[in-house]
Design a protein around this ligand. Structure first.
Ligand code: NAP
Length: 489
């Protein structure tokens, strides 16, 4: 596609589609010559106007019933499923992941809309007992007002849906600021919700560089909560900026997720599971396995299996049915991941890689899947998040040692153990200092109804997903009512 045929997209603001004079280009990471679309590049004044619209939207939406809010979410889920092929192609062209991965993401985004939409008919509070029999008391949930969702590029449809669905069900209006590499699918999500009947101003989108409009995003007095997923660097800056304000912050941040392989594991199954968790989406998942701790007696077997899995990958455009691994999202991400591997090798690690077809790398952002051995636990490759298709192996002797190595990280997002020993599995579950623990399963892939979120510097103490995921987006008002002087019981 040439620039003349690429769509010029607009933002949803107060129920209408708005453009700006300045625009941002979105390019296909599999072939940078392809312009996918242009989107508005908003400035501070435009951002302020979006929050004005969201404030008006919040005033309308809070007076609707959860049942009606749920209906809109359920209609949006149905539309998304009808349009899944086109949405998946857009996602792949913009972000790079394979069509199969993108199709799975569309389905999961629809699951979020459906799950929270269904909760519109669930309990909305609870009846409380009271010492005085003439008093009826209850706790009811209320929306917060205007919620800002700031999302990264790695799951550019799923992550906005994970935030927007509970926020809307709870009765808030939302301003969505997607990552600048992947705004197109986020605008598509807004279109689907708009077509499903969301009133004007209830969902609004902002596109523009986060580092330029970051202050303006937090400026508006109507802002009540920020739900952020992204890097620790930006998460920490949001924490600092909001510290003195009555604005809630949910922050889902980085990870350095470990898989622990005990010698009694089903090695064939565990190697396939770890390889999938390390290399799917070219390793660009916050829950991707990036550290593999292997009991010494099976180290060689696990190394060999992961190298075979890396070499088996076919890299190319995610739209090509032969491709099993797409590009990483951008030239900057490619250079960052490549530099991590180069520094690891300079530190003494040994890298074994899969293959990038020469014609693919000329215009695409490809990184070969890489297995690093001879790694020590003081190396940067062991301690720092890479966010690419790179996995590092270290040997251990006892389960205690493995758990200590797992917990030595300042991150605490996800971990997995592979074993046939139930006692070992229970010990690991009890002692792993991470928000998500898997046994004989991948570190990634947590269903929409399962609470999700990291401990330590991977998170902010709030969970997303499931019933717990609703809590961030609402407050509880406790009511005691004495309607008459006689007993109500
Ligand atoms: P990022 O650089 O922090 O960007 C995330 C979002 O923040 C983008 O929308 C970005 O906009 C925006 N942003 C940048 N600077 C900002 C500022 N000063 N104020 C407000 N917003 C700002 O992260 P990323 O590189 O997109 O994503 C990768 C990171 O996300 C990794 O660390 C990964 O582990 C983490 N992640 C965590 C989870 C989880 O659930 N724990 C899930 C997925 C990803 P621009 O794109 O315009 O800069």
């Amino acid at each position: 596609m040439t620039s003349s045929t690429a769509p010029v997209l607009r933002n949803l603001v107060g129920g209408t589609w708005r453009s700006t004079a300045e625009t941002l280009e979105v390019r296909n990471p599999a072939d940078a010559r392809e312009l996918v679309a242009t989107v508005p590049s908003m400035d501070a004044a435009a951002v302020h106007a979006v929050f004005d619209a969201a404030e008006r939207g919040a005033a309308i939406w809070r007076d609707t019933t959860p049942i009606d809010r749920g209906r809109v979410l359920l209609r949006a889920a149905a539309l998304m499923r009808e349009q899944r092929e086109e949405l998946a192609r857009t996602l792949t062209r913009e972000m790079g992941k394979t069509l199969a991965e993108a199709t799975g993401e569309v389905a999961k985004a629809a699951d979020f809309l459906e799950y929270y939409g269904g909760l519109g008919r669930d309990e909305q509070g609870n009846l409380l007992s009271h010492e005085n029999p003439a008093v009826m008391a209850w706790a009811k949930h209320e929306p917060l007002g205007v919620v800002l969702a700031i999302t990264p590029w790695n799951d550019p449809l799923l992550t906005p849906a994970r935030k927007i669905a509970p926020a809307l069900l709870a009765g808030n209006s939302v301003v969505l600021k997607p990552a600048s590499y992947t705004p197109v699918i986020a605008i598509e999500l807004a279109r689907v919700l708009h077509e499903a009947g969301l009133p004007a101003g209830v969902l609004n989108t902002i596109t523009g560089s986060g580092s330029v409009i970051g202050d303006a995003l937090l400026d508006h007095p109507a802002l009540r909560a920020v739900s952020f997923t992204g890097s620790n660097e930006v998460g920490d800056s949001l924490k600092a900026s909001l510290a003195a304000r009555e604005v809630r912050l949910l922050a889902e941040l980085g990870g350095k997720n470990a898989a622990v392989v005990l010698a009694d594991a089903d090695l064939e199954d565990c190697i396939a599971t770890i390889a999938a968790a390390a290399f799917a989406q070219a390793g660009q998942r916050c829950t991707a396995t990036s550290r593999v701790l292997v009991q010494r007696s099976v180290l060689e077997q696990v190394e060999r299996g992961l190298v075979e899995a890396a070499r088996a990958h076919v890299l190319g455009s995610g739209l090509d049915s032969q491709t099993s691994m797409g590009p990483v999202v951008s030239p900057a991400q490619r250079d960052s991941v490549t530099a991590f591997v180069e520094r690891a090798v300079a530190d003494g690690a040994v890298a074994t890689t899969g293959n990038i077809p020469p014609d693919a790398s000329e215009h695409g952002c490809f990184v070969a899947p890489t297995v690093l051995t001879e790694v020590t636990t003081s190396m940067e490759i062991w301690t720092d998040e890479v966010f690419g298709p790179v996995v590092a192996l270290v040997a251990f002797d006892t389960l205690d040692e493995a758990i200590d190595l797992l917990n030595a990280s300042h991150y605490g997002l996800a971990a997995a153990i592979y074993t046939s020993d139930l006692n070992a599995a229970h010990t690991f579950v009890a002692r792993a200092d991470v928000g998500q623990v898997a046994v004989n399963l991948p570190t990634s892939g947590w269903d929409v109804h399962m609470p999700f979120g990291g401990f330590k510097s991977s998170g902010s103490g709030h969970k997303e997903q499931g019933l717990e995921g609703l809590e961030f987006y609402r407050r509880t008002k406790t009511v005691a009512l004495r309607a008459r002087t006689r007993s109500l019981v």
